[in-house]
Design a protein around this ligand. Sequence first.
Ligand SMILES: N[C@@H](CCC(=O)N[C@@H](CS)C(=O)NCC(=O)O)C(=O)O
Length: 211
Amino acid sequence: MPKIKLTYFDFDGGRGEPIRLALTYGNIPFEDDRFHPGDWPDLRDKTPLHQVPIMELDGEVITQTNSLLRYAGKLVGLYPEDALEALHCDEAMAVQEDILIKIVPTLFIQDEEEKRKAREALVAGPLPLFLRRLNTMLIERGGRYFAGDRLSVADFKVFLWVRHLVSGGLDYVPGEIVQQEAPVLAEHFKRINSDPFVVEYYEKRAKVAAK
Ligand SMILES: N[C@@H](CCC(=O)N[C@@H](CS)C(=O)NCC(=O)O)C(=O)O
């Protein structure tokens, strides 16, 4: 097993979090290298594509969230061996990336009115579209998981995004949108959120944050 170092912003979400969750799920030792967003400008130029997450494997730097997540999934048994199930897993991860790409620019809008309009535009179109698609994908795959009848890294990735949405963390995006547009996805969220591993992981994280 190579020595693994994962570098990402110090918050329990975003592109790095599913990788942390997967490695922890499989008890894979890794350096959880978290940095304060204020330190990003200094770190940025030291990363190959001026982006995170990055993973160092015995010192070799690798980029690209979904590639890293697939790798983590393979290490811990959360990536399907069956070709079709692997395709289903990849599709769900890519769908989540695509909607994220539409949301991210709105995170940096300073003007409140402009931000409200941008978020309302998301609620009027892309968000329901992507939520409904994820809902349909779940139904087509048996209603419980995105790939086969078992947990995969796709479930962690989509769960973490939905977790942020339902928390109301995006201003002007009502958390109820998930239940309204994608009830099967809302059930999926509740199921993963109450998984004993996930519960324990975030209990531990809450203790770290309280220190
Ligand atoms: N395609 C890349 C995108 C990575 C990406 O955009 N990461 C964001 C954080 S989630 C980032 O580094 N933003 C800082 C910046 O662009 O300055 C991947 O999947 O890893």
